[in-house]
Design a protein around this ligand. Structure first.
Ligand SMILES: C[S@@+](CC[C@H](N)C(=O)[O-])C[C@H]1O[C@@H](n2cnc3c(N)ncnc32)[C@H](O)[C@@H]1O
Ligand SMILES: Nc1nc2[nH]cc(C(=O)O)c2c(=O)[nH]1
Ligand code: SF4
Ligand SMILES: [Mg+2]
Length: 208
């Protein structure tokens, strides 16, 4: 199978429980909750996306076969122990399959995924981060971390807190009222201590 890739780059994981780890980011093109066009944003199932995932025109973007894609990820990792790839998008579970998982594992990579949870994850992933959106139906209710962008009035966090995740995180929405979102997230965690704050540290650091 071939994969439509927006961009691939080496950086630090900025979010969640693995924040601070060196990682190759593999960003797939396309999403099932938004076209990526600004004119469709207000009517999309996900309205606050901070990412350009349209097309294949980013750094190292293009169409790849599984072996070539794994080789490019390995090349960008270079040297160093505990190689980590974070597969994101767009919605990565539209494309990620066993063939690519096996090609990355064969090169020694730990595979983390950032998903909106509306598509079931394939077997074999090493780290699953689910981030629910608005009124969408979440089918992937188990994983390593549940990362809820906040505030989202359509979502009742009490309903999510019984799902089978090891970690529950609240991430302030990057939006016009970012200060208000940060304050709301802090207040939420102060009231619900099983949840912890996740900041988008790459943005604070000026990393991609
Ligand atoms: C761009 S999404 C791609 C992966 C997948 N489609 C998803 O939504 O989880 C990557 C991460 O960024 C988060 N995110 C997107 N827009 C955001 C925003 N405006 N503020 C904070 N986090 C945001 C998402 O919730 C997700 O955890
Ligand atoms: N540094 C960095 N960390 C991230 N964690 C999740 C990201 C994403 O867009 O999926 C992201 C990203 O875009 N950059
Ligand atoms: S689901 Fe993820 S990639 Fe898709 S629009 Fe929302 S935040 Fe962006
Ligand atoms: Mg991002």
């Amino acid at each position: 199978m071939s994969y439509a890739v927006k961009e691939i780059f080496l950086t630090l994981q900025g979010e969640g429980m693995q924040a601070g780890r060196r990682a190759v980011f593999l960003r797939f093109s396309g999403c099932n909750l938004w076209t990526g066009r600004e004119r469709d944003r207000a009517t999309a199932d996900c309205t606050f996306c901070d990412t350009d995932f349209v097309g294949m025109d980013g750094e190292n973007g293009g169409r790849y076969e599984a072996e070539a894609l794994a080789a490019k990820v390995e090349e960008l990792w270079g040297e160093g122990e505990r190689p980590l790839v974070v597969i994101t998008g767009g919605e990565p579970l539209l494309q990620l399959d066993t063939e690519l998982i096996e090609a990355l594992h064969a090169r020694g990579f730990e595979i983390a995924v950032e998903t909106n949870g509306t598509i079931a994850a394939p077997p074999g992933l090493d780290w699953i981060c689910v981030s629910p959106k608005g009124s969408t139906k979440i089918v992937q209710r188990a994983g390593n971390e549940l990362k809820l962008v906040w505030p989202q009035p359509e979502i009742d966090p009490a309903e999510l807190s019984g799902w089978a995740f090891d970690h529950f995180l609240i991430q302030p929405m990057d939006c016009a009222d970012a200060a208000g979102a940060r304050a709301a997230a802090i207040e939420f965690v102060m009231r619900h201590p099983r949840w912890r704050l996740s900041l988008q540290t790459h943005k604070l650091l000026g990393l991609p």
